[in-house]
Design a protein around this ligand. Structure first.
Ligand code: IYR
Length: 222
């Protein structure tokens, strides 16, 4: 059997009080995050998006395959193309495909098929999931737990953006196949989530909605 190298795991031990302080500090920071649908057109340095993608890419993944690709679009013509294609799909969804039950569920968010943020936000970051890997010789390599892995990476991406003070939205135009075409992605990559990224617009509003309480989301056997 081949032996693979291991190194000691480096981590910091904190006192009980410091653990509690850090835990609450992070919770409080994340509690202020909201999905934003009104963006400022103010530019955002590319380096900040790079850091967010690097943070996302620290995510654990099945067999460490890191089956994600973050396609970052700042080009105005490409953003317009994406908006036009997304709105065409969304119009058909809202007006024909989504059942009443779904439309009612979305009512508190006041969303509709119009997606101006796809042009206003300085960056669109499209996360793609690699259904399988492609090796240098062109052969396919199996990936594992792709949905879970990319979901975790996207969660870290959202947290990174929020932590640095930028806003985003987990936008999932449906169906998303047009993103593969517009962005010229290979067959093994499937569009997963489209994130507009930028500063919130001056006076941006968000719907009044609530997160479930700890009691609602946790079950204990201690
Ligand atoms: N993709 C549509 C509809 C939509 C669906 C869900 I579920 C949401 O939480 C929000 C919107 C849109 O982006 O408008």
């Amino acid at each position: 059997m081949k032996e693979y190298p291991f190194v000691p795991y480096r981590w910091n031990r904190h006192s009980r009080s410091e653990l509690a302080r850090r835990a609450k500090e992070f919770l409080q920071a994340m509690e202020t995050r909201r999905s934003v649908r009104e963006f400022s057109s103010e530019s955002v340095p590319r380096e900040l998006i790079e850091v967010a993608v690097q943070t996302a890419s620290t995510a654990p993944s099945g067999a460490n395959r890191q089956p994600w690709k973050f396609v970052v679009v700042g080009n105005p013509e490409l953003k317009r193309k994406i908006r036009v294609a997304a709105e065409a799909e969304e119009k058909a969804s809202y007006e024909q495909r989504m059942p009443d039950e779904w439309l009612e569920a979305l009512a508190p968010l006041a969303t509709d098929w119009k997606k101006p943020f796809l042009e206003t936000a300085p960056w669109l970051v499209v996360a793609f999931a690699e259904a399988y890997g492609v090796l240098d010789d062109g052969s396919k390599q199996k990936n594992y737990y792709v949905q879970e892995s990319v979901g975790i990476a996207c969660g870290l991406f959202i947290a990174a953006l929020h932590q640095m003070g930028l806003a985003t939205l987990t936008h999932t135009p449906s169906p998303m196949g047009f993103l593969s075409e517009v962005l010229n992605r290979p067959k093994n990559e499937r569009p997963y989530i489209l994130f507009p990224v930028g500063y919130p617009a001056e006076g941006a509003k968000v719907p009044v909605i609530e997160k479930k309480s700890l009691e609602q989301v946790a079950v204990w056997f201690d």
